[in-house]
Design a protein around this ligand. Structure first.
Ligand SMILES: [Zn+2]
Ligand SMILES: [Zn+2]
Length: 371
């Protein structure tokens, strides 16, 4: 008989010295008899206590250096998850099953009674362990920043030679809210709006990061036109001595946004349809295309005469000829002959008109519909 056939710890002979053991143990472990092996075997290693930091405001859970939204309706689920993370099962165990019975001790403490079962050396082993999970309620980075009115960038919505319209302000605010919502949905906890402030010059949107400010300014510009300028203000130095800047993105909306009625020098009134690149629109007399010189861009020499909001619906009396139509003057209710633009549908019973000076003009019906 060789020495391998006796247990080195208790000296008992080993009955089946040739079998291969689960997990292929090496060294002394491999030569122990089952009784000695199980004696020192820990199926599961688990801490006695776990402290889980949660945010009392938003319910987020701190994992390492990060706060994570767990979306748990019940903190028992969080306790189970955290316990699972903290456990380690012996590598030589196979077919592990486990169950857990949570016991609520008080508002902030749950005892997790865990029962494990696994197969080791062809033998079913069971082990019970209890992990006490304690919830430590505090405030996460995001909530403390929101509470402290923290912001890293401001998007200023302004307009050239005018103030932004209510629609433009609303649109800019909606864009900001939608972008932040999208970020939040993807789990970005750094994205939030600190404040939206309306004043006479325009709308100021304060945001949690500079990156978010840039993205929102870009979207507003794409939707409403105009130009973006940015400026930085040094606010502090961080722990590592790096300078921390707050960035202001000023979106200056075009002077004549789509829907504005303008009168270029020596030309007929125009309904502006685009303020990207250079001003484009349609002449209210003939229906022909208007386009400002490239050099004048979105700010050519024109007078502002009104907007689509000034349009009034009135009755078509008769089409007189190719260039003239008779409508009821919405102020006097007298029939009046005015210019007939090419976009006027000859079958229309009513049209929208706008007055510029003492004249009336027919507006394109599709421009009214999209308002
Ligand atoms: Zn032994
Ligand atoms: Zn929070």
């Amino acid at each position: 008989m060789s020495s391998g056939q006796f247990c080195p710890r208790c000296g008992e002979p080993i009955e089946r010295p040739d079998r291969s053991l689960p997990g292929n143990p090496t060294g002394q472990q491999a030569t122990l008899c089952d009784a000695c092996y199980f004696d020192s075997f820990e199926l599961v290693a688990a801490p006695d206590e776990l402290v889980v930091h949660t945010c009392a405001q938003c319910g987020a859970v701190e994992r390492g250096a990060e706060w994570v939204d767990v979306g748990a309706a019940d903190y028992t689920d969080v306790a189970i998850e955290e316990t699972t993370e903290a456990l380690s099962v012996h590598v030589q165990a196979e077919e592990i099953e486990w169950g857990v019975e949570p016991e609520q001790i008080d508002q902030n403490t749950i005892k997790m009674h865990c029962l494990f079962r696994g197969i080791v050396r062809e033998t079913v082993l069971e082990e019970e362990t209890t992990v006490q999970v304690r919830f430590n309620r505090g405030t996460c980075t995001r909530c403390s920043r929101i509470a402290g009115d923290y912001y890293a960038s401001t998007v200023q919505v302004r307009a050239t030679d005018r103030t932004p319209t209510d629609d433009e302000r609303k649109r800019a605010t909606t864009i900001a809210q939608e972008i932040v919502e999208t970020r939040e949905e993807t789990g970005d906890r750094n994205a939030f709006i600190t404040e939206i402030a309306e004043d006479t010059d325009g709308t100021d949107i304060r945001l949690s990061t500079t990156q978010l400010g840039r993205a929102i300014a870009d979207h507003i510009q794409r939707a409403l036109g105009g130009e973006i300028t940015d400026s930085r203000t040094l606010i502090t130095e961080d722990e590592d001595g790096n300078e921390v800047y707050r960035v202001t993105y000023a979106v200056r909306l075009p002077p004549y946004p789509p829907g504005t009625i303008v009168e270029p020098a020596d030309d007929d009134p125009v309904l502006v349809q685009s303020a990207h690149g250079n001003l484009k629109g349609v002449r209210l007399t003939t229906g022909s295309r208007y386009e400002a010189d490239a050099a004048d861009g979105i700010d050519p020499d024109v007078e502002r005469r009104g907007t689509l909001d000034d349009a009034v619906e009135t009755t078509v009396v008769t089409i007189e000829d190719e260039h003239a139509v008779q409508v009821l003057d919405p102020d006097t209710f007298a029939a009046r002959t005015i210019a007939r633009p090419s976009y006027l549908d000859p079958g229309a019973d009513t049209v929208h008109v706008v007055s510029v000076g003492s004249n009336l003009y027919v507006l394109p019906s599709d421009a009214i519909e999209t308002e």
